[in-house]
Design a protein around this ligand. Structure first.
Ligand code: PLP
Ligand code: ZN
Length: 483
């Protein structure tokens, strides 16, 4: 087989309801079960056929594909057969998503934290968050569907804590007709950078008062009663695309994940479920021989999943929480739509990998900010959710949950630039009290104006340059080369 040939294997995708077990064909767009309202997972009915090939052969295939020149296989669909193997090459939308690097912490940072770890920079995706992984799959599905159904207009809608709408609007703008994108945002609850993204992509941006959970309810009413394509976590095609994260981590470490501990921020819980699903598929196919450990991380200001898992199994009960202000704003969700998926996948993860394979860690807002600032002062590009992961790692270590051989991989789910406002609040000590963050003044970093504006006025370049240089020399205490 030619290295870059598009795969000939095709699966048959079916929705499986996690509430009542009902099954529906993957040929139509469904979000929640029409029978019971439960959320779906997508299942490939012909997954067993993939087992006819050995784990080694799959590893070789994916390693060979990393040299492909085909755009359709360059991103998340390097792992085509394990994701949504129904699309044709022409359906696949590739905007550079996936294959993000994993950067080892520097020696100094590793010593501060006390064990080796790395950041997977999912902020290096095209819209600067991991949401692009899911959108690439969801939009490929929409293209596939439009082609089969001859649709002439499809309105895509999502509610968002910021990054989903940025990604949805970007992919919709790229695909163009018949797709049009509308995003619903909680007014004042996304960062200016995140807001600029769907605006720049030309989406219709509608704002409502309240928090994300409120917007989500509105979108659900729309999706149930009107002809719109919902692009929230309930869209299980997105979850499939996000499984690529797990596959990339395994491939980066040469398919040896035995000692890996992955830290993942949990908001709607789509990401962590996708990551677990991806590892389970690799395990089922013999691509990896053991599961890594997965640690979900939540802020104490939005911690329903932590609360559920923080008590012994027989005492657990599910209850949404009312969120408080969180710097991990993209994960500030009190009623995660994917919680049934977490339960299902965590159970399987623990069955295969043991009690330690899935755990949830709670962190404080203060820790999130301190950790993000510390990471970025050591060359990372972590967002606040990535800071949450580092805080989770530090807490897990103090709780004695990590063995000597543990190597942690933290999910920096977005680029630091999207959350620069929180960095600014930290540096200028301007956090509103509800965040409960006291900046460490030693870490404040501000530009210093060396000369007043009017010093430049009326001077030629050479004169001003001399003054400027003198000011820099004085500030830095530089010694002359000739002295
Ligand atoms: C969406 C998002 C999260 C939360 O992911 P879930 O799948 O909702 O749990 C975390 N970080 C960033 C940057 C996000 O955009
Ligand atoms: Zn159902």
């Amino acid at each position: 087989m030619q290295k870059s040939a598009f795969p000939s294997y095709r699966g048959r995708m079916e929705y499986v309801c996690l509430g009542c077990g009902a099954r529906r064909s993957g040929d139509s767009l469904l979000y929640t079960c029409p029978d019971c309202g439960g959320v779906f997972l997508l299942e490939n009915l012909d997954f067993a056929k993939l087992k006819e090939k050995s784990g080694q052969a799959w590893r070789d295939t994916f390693d060979e594909r990393s040299a492909t020149a085909k755009p359709a296989l360059r991103g998340i669909f390097r792992y085509y057969e394990l994701l949504a193997p129904i699309f044709d090459e022409e359906d696949i939308v590739f905007l550079g998503e996936g294959q993000t690097p994993i950067i080892e912490a520097s020696g100094a940072l590793r010593d501060q934290v006390g064990l080796p770890f790395a950041y997977k920079n999912d902020g290096q995706n095209p819209s600067a968050s991991f949401k692009d992984r899911g959108m690439a799959c969801a939009f490929s599905y929409l293209k596939w569907l439009c082609r089969r159904q001859n649709w002439d207009e499809v309105l895509t809608v999502c509610a968002s804590t910021g990054d989903t709408s940025a990604a949805a609007a970007m992919y919709a703008a790229y695909v163009g007709a018949p797709l049009k994108s509308v995003v619903l945002l909680p007014h004042g609850k996304v960062t200016p950078q995140q807001l600029s993204q769907p605006l720049g992509s030309g989406a219709l941006v509608l704002e409502l008062p309240g928090v994300f959970d409120d917007c989500m309810k509105v979108v659900e009413i729309l999706a149930e009663n009107y002809r719109v394509a919902l692009l929230n976590s309930k869209n299980s095609w997105r979850i499939l695309g996000q499984e690529s994260y797990a596959l990339e981590v395994a491939q980066w470490y040469n398919w040896d994940v035995d000692d890996l501990c992955l830290f993942v921020p949990v908001g709607n819980a789509g990401n962590i479920t996708a990551i677990m699903a991806g590892f389970l598929k690799m395990y089922d196919l013999g691509i990896i021989s053991r599961l890594p450990r997965i640690f979900g991380v939540q802020s104490e200001h939005a911690d329903p999943v932590w609360r559920y898992y923080s008590v012994p199994a027989n005492l657990r009960h599910w209850e949404p929480v009312t969120v408080r202000a969180s710097v991990a704003q993209a994960a500030m969700i009190g009623n995660p739509v994917s919680f049934p998926r977490v339960k299902k996948l965590a159970q399987r993860f623990i069955e295969v990998g043991g009690e330690q394979a899935f755990q949830v860690i709670q962190v404080k807002e203060q820790q999130i900010m301190d950790a993000m600032i510390m990471a970025n002062r050591h060359g990372h590009i972590s967002c606040t959710q990535g800071g949450e992961c580092l805080a989770g790692l530090i807490n897990a270590r103090h709780l004695g949950l990590l063995g000597d051989n543990a190597h942690a991989v933290l999910d920096a789910t977005a680029h630091s630039l999207k959350f620069s406002g929180f960095q600014q609040m930290y540096f200028t000590n301007t956090f509103p009290p509800e965040y409960e963050v006291e900046p460490n003044p030693g870490l404040a970093n501000q530009p210093e104006l060396l000369l007043a504006e009017d010093v430049r006025k009326g001077k030629d370049v050479a004169t001003f340059a001399r003054l400027g240089a003198e000011a820099v020399v004085a500030r830095l205490g530089l010694k002359s080369k000739n002295a």
